[in-house]
Design a protein around this ligand. Structure first.
Ligand code: ADP
Ligand code: MG
Length: 422
């Protein structure tokens, strides 16, 4: 049975067409990811399905009822949305904000039955926010805020849950935890989930079907295993991602070539610095440089690496590779592009194996092209070499070619400021 029918939706903002004849049906209990590049109309589509946007052509039919004819209270019992960004901005407590989601069930004067209060409580426990129920929303951390917003949607107890990048600002372990949670809602409670997810790889792991949007049109819609392939991904995302394979599982793996998440602050310095990442060793340096206003990039780092989370959190560009996979030629070339457009490269004290050896090769090439290179040598390279001496060899070459050595990362700022007089 189809719980949702989207029929020939056309939508424009100020005369500019954003959705073009979008149609698809969703079976009850399905888990669907909407995938497409930035600006392809994903959020707009979610807003139309939840009646946040009302002026569109076409029909949305939920559980046999036409959305256009439903009252807000009725809509709120059918679809809940976890929005991309939200700022309640008010001084409400966690408990108050979550309870607001339950309004379609409230009695006159906004009071709740004991059963409703129990439901709210239960959701707060499951989203791990009950411990700070009385705290003010504005005092919470990013991850805690996100969980409050999710709880607010869940107390609506709707058959359909719409998600608009609910995990965009969370670190990877919490992203996985949340997806597991939505998955449980789907599998155990039969909720129909339609989501836009920041991490495409996670999205395709969990969703049964995928709707590809490109330029406001449905490019493909079908079972994840049938439509997620190199050709479709590359046609939809063009140069925003590249498709690799996990050498161990053989599964498709999608790497963003550029991080476009928000978070860029006004840059106060025009020096571009590329930091080689790996194992979290780059994170303290990236943080320092970022806070001082330098233009920072990072690569090549594996997904799931702390250094990548740091880049995500700060919204700085990076080159990534699939988890536990050796750096591909493609990623290495991307990394060299980043290096070429930087003024300086920093090599933190990372561990070297055969998988990330090419990061050292890139450094050597950078030096040969006349780039400034700073090597932070706080840990003996011999201890960090897991390549039977290959890394030590190349490392020594890099130093003999004129890289500047620092015995610790502590005074990197003084060195940079002395070098650039700022
Ligand atoms: P996505 O979520 O896939 O990134 P959106 O649905 O947010 O895409 O946006 C689709 C297009 O509509 C983009 O070109 C965007 O700039 C435009 N757009 C989004 N919101 C508005 C708005 N409120 N007013 C005008 N244009 C908008
Ligand atoms: Mg969006």
């Amino acid at each position: 049975m189809d719980i949702l029918k989207v029929k020939n939706i056309n939508f424009s903002y100020d005369g500019i067409k954003v959705l073009k004849d979008v149609s698809f049906d969703v079976e009850k209990g399905n888990f669907i990811s909407i995938l497409g590049p930035n600006g392809s109309g994903k959020s707009t589509l979610i807003n139309i399905m939840s009646k946040v946007l009302k002026k569109f052509n076409g029909d949305i039919v939920i559980d046999g009822k036409n959305l256009a004819k439903l009252k807000p209270r009725e809509v709120a019992k059918l679809v809940a949305v976890v929005p991309q960004s939200t700022n309640p901005g008010f001084d409400f407590s966690v408990k108050e904000l979550v309870s607001m989601g339950r309004y379609p069930y409230s009695k006159r004067f906004g009071t709740f039955s004991g059963k409703d209060n129990k439901f709210i409580d239960n959701i707060m426990i499951r989203t791990r926010i009950k411990g700070f129920a009385e705290k003010k929303y504005n005092e919470l951390s990013g991850g805690e805020k996100q969980r409050v917003i999710i709880a607010q949607a869940l107390v609506q107890d709707t058959p359909i849950i719409l998600l608009d990048e609910p995990t965009a600002h969370l670190d990877i372990s919490f992203q996985i935890e949340l997806l597991e949670f939505f998955n449980q809602l789907n599998v155990v409670y039969g909720k129909t989930i339609i989501g836009i997810f920041h991490d495409i790889n996670l999205a395709i792991q969990y969703s049964k079907k995928v709707l590809f949007l490109k330029d406001g049109k449905v490019f493909k819609y079908g079972k994840t295993s049938e439509v997620v392939n190199e050709e479709n991904i590359e046609r939809v995302f063009s140069s925003e991602v590249y498709v690799g394979r996990n050498p161990f599982t053989g599964k498709i793996y999608i790497n963003p070539t550029f991080n476009t998440s928000p978070g860029h602050e006004e840059k106060t310095r025009d020096l571009r610095i590329h930091v080689i990442g790996g194992g979290g060793a780059a994170s303290p340096i990236i943080n320092k440089l970022y806070n001082k206003g330098y233009i920072v990039s990072c690569g090549v780092v594996n997904n799931l690496d702390t250094d990548l989370s740091t880049c995500e959190t700060l919204g700085i560009p990076y080159v990534s590779e699939a988890p536990f996979s050796p750096i591909s030629i493609y990623a290495q070339n991307k990394n060299l592009e980043f290096i070429n457009s930087s003024d300086m490269v920093i090599l933190p004290p990372i561990e070297f194996g055969n998988g990330n050896f090419s990061n050292l090769v890139s450094i050597k090439e950078a030096l040969e092209k006349g780039k400034k290179v700073i090597v932070i040598d706080s840990e003996n390279i011999k201890k960090r070499d897991h390549t039977d001496g290959k890394a030590v060899n190349l490392y020594n070459k890099i130093i003999s070619k004129g890289a500047k050595i620092l015995k610790s990362g502590e005074n990197i700022m003084q060195v940079l400021e002395a070098a650039h007089g700022k």
